[in-house]
Design a protein around this ligand. Structure first.
Ligand SMILES: [Zn+2]
Length: 114
């Protein structure tokens, strides 16, 4: 299961970076681009299953921030929003394969208990 391995790697990263402070983590926010192949609902389900099996993490919440796809038009020298997976500049109709946002998948924020 693709999502579960993502959740595991999120926790591996946290353990690596925060070690003992991981006990104080209350919430993890991840940023997932629409091209990252991560479905928020599936990753949330995988997360719930993971924390259920790992009781020490059971109070940690997950928030998934979804990023829209933005491509870049070389002809107009400006970025444009990609909608419905149509990688064509709305101003000049030139197709573009330069993606500047939408493929990312990373931990964007970690919240700790005060
Ligand atoms: Zn253009």
């Amino acid at each position: 299961m693709h999502e579960l391995s993502i959740v595991k790697s999120i926790f591996d990263t946290l353990v690596e970076n925060y070690e003992d402070k991981i006990k104080e983590v209350t919430k993890i926010e991840i940023t997932a681009g629409l091209l990252s192949n991560v479905q928020p609902i599936l990753i949330k389900n995988a997360f719930s299953a993971f924390v259920e099996e790992n009781a020490k993490y059971k109070d940690i919440e997950l928030e998934v921030k979804v990023k829209e796809i933005i491509a870049y038009c070389e002809k107009c020298s400006k970025p444009f929003d990609v909608q419905y997976h149509k990688f064509v500049c709305g101003d000049c109709d030139t197709p573009s394969s330069i993606i500047i946002q939408g493929t990312e998948l990373h931990i964007s924020q970690v919240y700790f208990r005060n």
